[in-house]
Ligand binder design. Structure first.
Ligand code: F6P
Length: 501
């Protein structure tokens, strides 16, 4: 077997024709590069993944030990080497080490019991759910509720993450404190923003004469002791495993507001959809494996073509929060400068992930995509079925625009007479087309992204499951609070003096 260095060199040395030429040279391209799984069609044919390139990436993944690393991930081995623990998000959907799957099943039974108790009004009347958390403890539930909960009339769910009081204040204005349940979501139960927000919710309840506000708190955490110390009754804690990473945690009790707001059946469909993608990632051959093909394209554009960013555009209002969710998943996982063994990486790691919503983005940022000097691989995400009662012209226009953008990026248009009106073309995109936006398909889509992130990490040799990069800023904020600014640079001191006195 070749080593990774030579396998990378082979990838880099592969001559790849233009997209237009590829479609001519490879008549089976569309079938070969279109994968269907879990009600989602992944079309990678408008990327530069030629047959030869895919073969070389398959060789690279073999040299990188991808199969063994993937097995280790699903077996619950300590793949998060810097923190000495497993990464068991798949066990939450039944795909993992038997003990972890059993533990997840227990948690889910407990979540169901809690939902029954809330519905039976054992917590008093509940109409509003105020979920307080940040990062991985907020982005997933927020995305799920925004995508799937638009018609849900079971509860009014608000997810508040920002420590800026304006965020909570907006919710206080519309929620009835007597009918509000506070859900505190924090893996560590120490995150400054979340703890401050949670305290403010309790104060609001007290001021509004809610009897025993603590009895209206549920904690979602991997640190149950800390939640008890903070004042949450043990019986109202839904503890998840330490080995489920924050940005991979919506399948655990962090998904509780979605399970409550959408109903347990919907949450189960979500888990099943993700499990189907887990099986696909584990079992599909590399050249038909959606997360792997996506990672091959990611690496090709990053390493060989020098693309610094990658953009995802959701051509579906229900998926408008997907780009923010992906930013944490991909950049917090793979924005690293050292390999899993501590040695420095010698190639670019995670692309800067950004994006927006179509068609809005067409009228704002697509100019750069079509004519700018930077290469930005684009990903379009759309759904065949709309979810609104308006004239079908809306959905038709939405989808036609989505497909037209991919076609235009690829085809381009020459204009020798007027270069300002020329489009270089040969710009890559992939399209992810869901049959419809429902819990199962959303589960499969998010699991696809998780595995693509993992596959990218394996090809780069990095550990996607730690996030030490976020610690320094947090520490400095704490030290400013406790020790003042004397030890800081003149700019920081002046800013603090000006704003905070
Ligand atoms: O600061 C980053 C981070 O640690 C994320 O990894 C995590 O999702 C988020 O903060 C929230 O952490 P917690 O769930 O422990 O409050």
């Amino acid at each position: 077997m070749t080593d990774t260095r030579s396998a990378w060199a082979e990838v880099a040395a592969t001559t790849v024709p233009t997209l237009a030429d590829l479609f001519v040279a490879e008549p089976d391209r569309l079938t070969r590069l279109t994968v269907e799984e879990g009600g989602i069609l992944f079309d990678f044919s408008k990327t530069h993944l030629s047959k030869a390139l895919v073969e070389r990436f398959v060789a690279l993944s073999e040299a990188s030990g991808l199969a063994a690393k993937r097995d280790a991930l699903f077996a619950g081995e300590a793949v998060n080497v810097t923190e000495g623990r497993a990464a068991e998000h798949s066990a939450e959907r039944g795909q993992g080490a038997p003990e972890s799957v059993a533990r997840a099943a227990q948690l889910h039974a407990r979540m169901r019991g809690m939902i029954d108790a809330i519905e039976a009004e054992l917590f008093g009347p509940v109409r509003h759910i105020l979920h307080v958390g940040i990062g991985g403890s907020a982005l997933g539930p927020d995305l799920l509720m925004d995508a799937l909960g638009r018609d849900a009339d079971r509860y009014d769910v608000a997810v508040v993450s920002n420590v800026d009081g304006a965020a909570l204040d907006e919710v206080f204005r519309r929620f009835d404190p007597q009918a509000t349940l506070l859900v505190v979501a924090s893996k560590t139960f120490t995150t400054t923003e979340t703890m401050l927000n949670a305290r403010s919710v309790l104060s609001w309840m007290e001021e509004e004469n809610v009897e025993d506000p603590y009895s209206r708190v549920i904690a979602l955490t991997a640190a149950p002791d800390k939640a008890v110390e903070w004042g949450v009754d043990e019986t109202r804690i839904l503890p998840f495993s330490e080995s489920v990473g924050g940005r991979y945690s919506l399948w655990s009790s962090i998904g509780f507001p979605a399970a409550l707001g959408l109903g347990w059946d919907a949450f189960e469909r979500l888990l099943e959809g993700a499990a189907a993608m887990d099986r696909h990632f584990r079992l599909a051959p590399p050249e038909r494996n959606a997360p792997l093909l996506a990672a091959f394209a990611d690496q090709y554009y990053s390493l060989v073509r020098g693309a610094e960013t990658r953009a995802t555009f959701a051509y579906d209002e229900r998926l408008r929060l997907l780009p923010s969710y992906l930013q944490q998943l991909e950049m917090e996982s793979n924005g690293k400068s050292v390999k899993a063994d501590g040695s420095p990486v010698d190639q670019p790691t995670a692309a800067i992930t950004w994006g927006g919503v179509g068609t809005d983005a067409q009228h704002a940022v697509f100019q750069l995509l079509h004519q700018g000097t930077r290469l930005v691989p684009v990903e379009f995400v759309a759904a065949i079925e709309p979810d609104h009662p308006l004239d079908e012209a809306h959905h038709r226009t939405l989808l036609i625009n989505c497909f037209a953008q991919g076609a235009a990026l690829m085809a381009g248009r020459a204009n020798d007479a007027d270069p300002a009106r020329a489009y270089p073309g040969d710009r890559p995109s992939s399209t992810i087309l869901l049959d419809r936006v429902d819990p199962a398909r959303l589960g499969a889509l998010l699991a696809f992204y998780e595995h693509r992130t993992f596959a990218n990490a394996v090809l780069l040799g990095i550990n996607p499951f730690d996030q030490f990069g976020v610690e320094l800023g947090k520490e400095i904020a704490k030290s400013i609070e406790s020790e003042g600014t004397a030890n800081f640079d003149p700019s920081t001191r002046a800013l603090i003096a000006r704003a905070l006195g």
